[in-house]
Each structure stands twice: as structure tokens, then as C-alpha cells.
Ligand binder design. Sequence first.
Ligand code: NI
Length: 259
Amino acid sequence: MVFRSNVLRTLGASALLLLLAGCSAPLSAHWQGFPPAPQAKPGTAETDSAPAPAGPDCAEVKCVALTFDDGPGPYTESLLDVLDEHDAKATFFLIGIDVAKHPDIVRDEFARGHELGNHTWSHQDLAKLSPDAGQRELRKANDAIKEATGAAPTVMRPPYGTITESLKKSQPVPVVMWSDDTLDWKTRNAKKTIKAAENIEPGSIVLMHDIHKSTIDAMPKILTDLESQGYHFVTVSQLVGSPKPGVAHKTGQQPAATN
Ligand code: NI
């Protein structure tokens, strides 16, 4: 039964990969409907440049990069308020389709000093697309973010954490994976998300999703707990220092040259 056991092994590996990938449900599972758009605020015009806060020195103090995928979503604005209360900067990996529908929310993320990342136009698995189709997914999302904010995204994260080696190397911006998957997309439970965040260490890149209410509900406690431990909340680029284009970053440590 060599064939059968190979099939089983393949299926097992696929299931494990899906479990590990963690990058949320397919696009069809996304929420629908938004709260009323916030009114444009002074200083958020398209032509404004990035706030570019210097941030703390992560070589001297404890830092963590909280990252939120698959937005913008109906809870994103509430999350931005919670982050502001804790003087926390985060990184948002955005889906182009939703950026195009709700550029005001993305503009607000940018204006409040968060880092914006490309998460493809329609949440496709880049490892399964042709090179041209993969580039198109990334280019369309890049253009939507640039149109919304006036600035191109500075990092990218492939949906499901999968990307071909050649596409990764061709990226003009750093590719960002993660060290801590809270599994918020799976549990949809604030208490479990809070528990998962207890694994955070200095230099962690934490994967969460701002399209789930349970994640936003978990944030005040996660931020308060980490703050009491002396953590500073920074963007991925602030955490890594000088993240390298075409290279996958999983933590605040620079990856080996061969990565
Ligand atoms: Ni995703």
C-alpha cells in the first residue's frame, strides 16, 4: 500500500500546512458591511507624507510587532482607537479589493502612523498562481494602497504564508511572515486570543486579523498586559531595523543571508 500511504502522508502534510499557515479564512468568509465611514480629518489628505515616527530603540527596550491581516474591516476603526490609547503602532496587511472599497479607513491607519503592507488584491495563494498572475495580484493591491494614502506599502505578506521562491526574491519590499500565530482566525474567541498572546517574546512578530470582533475585544487586555511587562508596540520595519526586500522576515532578528 505504498501509494495509499503516500497519499495519506501528502494529505497529512497539507492539513498541517493549512493549520500552520494560519492566515485566515478564504475571502468568501470575509464579513460584509461597514460602519459609517469616519469624516476626513485635517492632515489625512492623500498628498500628506507618512508620519514616520522614529519609535523606541528595540536594541535597548522590549519590542513586539503586532500585525493585522485581511483588512480593512468593520472593526478596524475601533482597533485604531484602542491602539492609540496605548500609544501602539502596528502593521496592517491589506487586501486590495477592500482597500479600494474603503480607502478612508486605510488613510486613517496611515495617518495614525501605522505601517501598511500588501496582502494581495483578492487573498490568493501566491504559490498556486502563475508568475504573471501573482505579480498582478500584488501590483493591483499596491496601486490601491498608493491611491488611498499617496504612499506605496512598505512590506508584503503572502496569504497563507505561501509564496514561490522566485516571486519572493523579486519583491521590491520585505516579505513578512510571523513568529507567533494567535490562531484568532480559527478560535474567534477573545479569551483564547489573549491566552495565545502570552507566548509573545521580545522581537516577536504576532499574527492577528482585524476582521474578527473577538480579536479587537482581546486587544485592550493584550496591550495592557504587555505594557505592564515593559513592551513597546512597533511596526515591523521599526522592529527589524532595516528589513530587506525579497527576504522573508519572521522575527525582529535579521534572517540568515541565505533566506
Ligand atoms: Ni490573510
